[in-house]
Ligand binder design. Structure first.
Ligand code: SF4
Length: 376
């Protein structure tokens, strides 16, 4: 069983904080894109990838800029080329403002069974501050229409640590999200990425973000509030009601094979110690390579045993499941503490072995990017 990620690098407009690869306003390329994705799947099969597919994920960008018919065509091609397993999870990222009740019904009919809505906020003031092109009303309507269209696995994105946000405004935000009864929430703190308009505003002193301790307080509060509402905090940025954890994303954190197709998509093959490849984040380059019948992905990294051990920890410790000591031993013929004695002692009390699994505690997750470098 493998997984398929389909990258759709198109957006209506570019949000000023976003450094993901996506292009705005190239209608001709957008309409040519589904055919190129199908061809990329064929080239991947010729290169040795096989099915059946247990999870599929349309991510972006804004995949909901593709019509239900286009999504249906891509899924038919996926079924023909690799086969899609019974009960496969098939997710689509969608932005409010690109959706109608009819299009959502169409996606559902095409086979999408999990929808992930890029709401980010339910306050018009905050959405404007973020430069998003939709309103809070459109966000609410997208949730309502998704339910009406038959999506019973629904996720929302929420951004916290926004300029001017404090615990009380975050509490109101969370209450507004909870009123929509999502099954899953992805909560990301706003970060300022280089070469984005927000970066320049920040440097010019025109955008102030919460201080570190305010960020920490908001991260901790989210954990507590959502736990009280029955959400499991199953990965640093992800919460789910029991049974609604994203199966596709779990595969990344478990370091299992995921084929990525599309411009800028990454693939990981778990064969050997693992290898990672990616198609360049360049739409023209991607479309031209596909038109010539050439595989657009290039090899980025072939892991050795040490690299595979480090990455198993880097990915696994992000999750509530952590890293199973026995499985680690079985794979690498050594235990975590034997392989990384210095890192385990440096991370100290934030990391522990309980019931056979290594796990970070909540504070460890808060400091994750800093702590995990001890293993790299
Ligand atoms: S819609 Fe998403 S991917 Fe597109 S520019 Fe905005 S944040 Fe980036």
């Amino acid at each position: 069983m493998t997984s398929l990620y389909l990258h759709v690098p198109f957006c209506r407009s570019k949000c000023p904080y976003c450094d993901f690869y996506s292009v705005a306003g190239n209608e001709a390329a957008l309409r040519a894109y589904p055919g190129s994705l199908c061809r990329h799947m064929e080239l991947s099969r010729e290169a040795g990838w096989s099915g059946p597919l247990g999870t599929l994920f349309f991510g972006g960008g804004t995949p909901s800029l593709l019509s239900p018919e286009e999504i249906g065509r891509i899924l038919d091609a996926g079924a023909r080329i690799f086969g899609i397993a019974e009960g496969a999870e098939i997710s689509l990222e969608a932005n409010p403002g690109t959706l109608t009740l009819e299009s959502l019904r169409g996606y559902r009919l095409a086979g999408i069974n999990r929808i992930s809505l890029g709401l980010q906020s339910l306050s018009d003031v905050r959405l404007r501050r973020l430069g998003r092109s939709h309103t809070a009303g459109q966000g609410r309507q997208a949730v309502d229409w998704s339910r009406k269209a038959g999506f019973n696995n629904l996720s929302c994105d929420l951004m916290f640590a926004l300029p001017g946000e404090d615990l009380s405004s975050l509490r109101s935000e969370i209450d507004a999200f909870l009123a929509l009864a999502p099954d899953h929430l992805s909560c990301y703190g706003l970060t300022v990425e280089e070469a984005t308009p927000f970066y320049h505003l920040h440097r010019a002193g025109e955008l102030s973000l919460p201080e570190e301790e305010d960020f920490a307080a908001q991260f901790m509060a989210l954990h507590q509030w959502l736990a009280e509402e029955g959400f499991g905090h199953y990965e640093i940025s992800n919460y789910a009601r029991p049974g609604f954890e994203c199966r596709h994303n779990r595969r990344y954190w478990q370091r299992r094979s995921v084929l990525g197709v599309g411009a800028g998509a990454h693939s990981f093959s778990a064969k050997g110690w693992g290898r990672r490849s990616a198609a360049a984040a360049d739409l023209e380059h991607f479309l031209n390579a596909i038109a010539r019948g050439e595989e657009p992905a290039e090899l980025l990294e072939v892991f050795d045993r040490r690299g595979a051990m480090a990455e198993t920890l880097f990915l696994g410790l992000r999750t509530d499941a952590g890293v199973d000591e026995q499985e680690f031993r079985h794979l690498f013929a050594t235990g975590v503490a034997e392989a990384f004695p210095r890192a385990v002692s440096q991370v100290g009390a934030r990391l522990s072995l309980r019931e056979g699994r290594w796990r970070m505690d909540l504070e460890g997750w808060l400091l994750y990017n800093h702590l995990i470098t001890s293993f790299l």
